[in-house]
Design a protein around this ligand. Structure first.
Ligand SMILES: Nc1nc2c(c(=O)[nH]1)N[C@H]1C(S)=C(S)[C@@H](COP(=O)(O)O)O[C@H]1N2
Ligand SMILES: [Mo]
Length: 451
């Protein structure tokens, strides 16, 4: 109550300024935390900080919404105040649209577990798109409104408009003495003459001046630099976001660092890509360097509390009976890839062949990156659609997407879908996986009612 009265006691202009600078700081922090969160390659370096940074990003987002709420009652007066300034009005509309769009999509991403994946996917797209547009705009806005640029503008203005007559009069010794000599008459005549000179000189100055002023040149240069710096990455992102043909996957296959020979021969369903091909794009996530594998050294093993532990080399592994399934892939950060056609060995088939002992209660998965692990309970692991996948859409899984062999747990968030899978171990006690130790929920069901 006290603080509210204090806030309202402030002048309107002061309150606007305060909101403006708070907004700038919050946006800066949101940008930094948001970009850090979105870089797939530094996930491992962040470790458990990732979860903290995400929480911080959410708090900042809530603060930004509170700021909009604080501004809302002032909007009419502010809008009226800037009625003569079209640029400011355009800026205001644009910034408000950005903030509201970020806030709306952000709240959806924050509440993702209570919402369907398709909505999260759209919200993530909107959130990203606004970031691609909004952050460069904010940078441009900050540069073009900075004091440095304002100074350039003032210099330009000073050059364009000649000095005011009074000032000129004082600076001209002759005029100054004239005023002193004849205080009643002379000033009028002198001012007249000076004004005429000034007007004439202004025409000459205007003719001398190039059409691009220093300030607008700097503004254009800053804008161009931003476009050059951000343009290519933005283009790649937009191409990926609208790509339903899996062209990025084709690129991963073309530049694959794995050397697995012979390549796996797809089953008819897989060769025909019964799912029609994956829709959407995977984001490449890893907590280590992306490992590369060769069929000369690659091995796969199942061991632990089983009656028949086994190890296979690539050629032997390819002889195991495979099936084909079409399923969706959901990451906990909001993105999904739909209708992937996976071909591989059903996990329950591997478990049955290994003969799980009575003491074996959990199934632990080891990545060939030697860092990432995850686990399922034995009953979860026996789900029909859990697959040790070898092909996607009829092609070998490329290194970047976890090939030659990765786990697929379609109904759980994809942090359970261990990439570069090489080992399965039956254990007695529950094991917390890489991300679970760092704050992710061990219950990863996309549909929470399954837990
Ligand atoms: N070895 C390993 N497996 C992993 C991860 C990882 O970092 N390392 N990330 C997990 C997460 S959080 C997701 S969303 C998916 C991403 O798979 P992709 O990189 O093929 O898109 O892999 C999962 N499996
Ligand atoms: Mo994920």
């Amino acid at each position: 109550m006290e603080s509210k009265r204090g806030w309202l006691k402030q002048s309107f202009g002061k309150r606007l300024n305060a909101i403006h600078s708070w907004n700038a700081w919050i946006l800066l922090l949101l940008t930094v935390t948001g970009i850090v969160l979105s870089i797939g390659a530094i996930r491992g370096d962040l470790g458990s900080f990732r979860v903290t940074i995400k929480q911080l990003h959410i708090y900042l987002g809530v603060a930004s919404i509170l700021l909009i709420a604080l501004y809302a009652p002032m909007i009419r007066k502010h809008w009226h105040q800037i009625r003569a300034r079209r640029n400011q009005r355009a800026n205001l509309v644009f910034v408000l649209a950005l903030l509201i769009g970020w806030a709306g999509s952000g709240v959806i991403l924050w509440q993702f577990r209570n919402l369907p994946p398709a909505l999260n996917n759209s919200a993530l797209f909107v959130h990203d798109l606004l970031t691609w547009v909004g952050v460069p705009y904010a940078v441009y806005h900050a540069i073009s409104r900075s004091r440095w640029l304002k100074r350039q503008q003032r210099l330009d203005q000073a050059a364009a408009t000649a000095r005011p007559p009074a000032e000129q009069a004082v600076q001209t010794p002759a005029a100054a003495s004239a005023i002193a000599a004849a205080p009643n008459q002379a000033p009028v005549a002198t001012e007249d003459a000076t004004a005429r000179r000034t007007a004439a000189q202004a025409v000459i100055t205007a003719l001398k001046e190039s059409p691009i002023t220093r300030a607008s040149f700097l503004r254009i240069a800053a804008g161009l630099l931003l476009v050059i710096a951000i343009g290519p990455a933005f283009y790649r992102w937009i191409k990926g976001a609208f790509d339903t043909g899996g062209s990025t996957t084709a690129e991963y296959i073309a530049t694959d660092g794995n050397r697995m020979l012979p390549p796996p021969a797809p089953l008819p369903d897989s060769a025909a890509v019964v799912g029609g091909g994956a829709q959407g794009n995977f984001r490449i996530y890893t907590v280590t360097e992306i490992p590369a594998f060769s069929s000369d050294t690659w091995k796969f093993a199942i061991s632990g509390l089983v009656d028949n532990p086994s190890a296979w080399n690539w050629e032997e592994f390819l002889k195991l009976k495979r099936t084909v399934q079409v399923s969706d892939f959901h990451c906990v950060t909001g993105w999904s890839v739909y209708k992937c056609t996976w071909e591989g060995i059903p996990l329950k088939q591997l478990l049955a062949a290994a003969g799980v002992q009575a003491k074996g209660k959990y199934v632990k998965f080891y990545s060939g990156d030697k860092v990432y692990t995850d686990a399922l309970s034995l009953s979860q692991a026996n789900g029909d659609d859990i697959m040790v996948a070898v092909l996607m859409d009829g092609k070998p899984i490329p290194q970047k997407l976890g090939g030659p062999v990765r786990l697929i747990v379609p109904q759980m968030y994809a942090y359970k879908s261990v990439k570069w899978l090489q080992g399965i171990e039956l254990i007695e006690k529950e094991h917390m996986g890489y991300w679970e130790v760092r704050g992710y929920d061990n219950d990863a069901w996309v549909d929470r009612s399954k837990a």
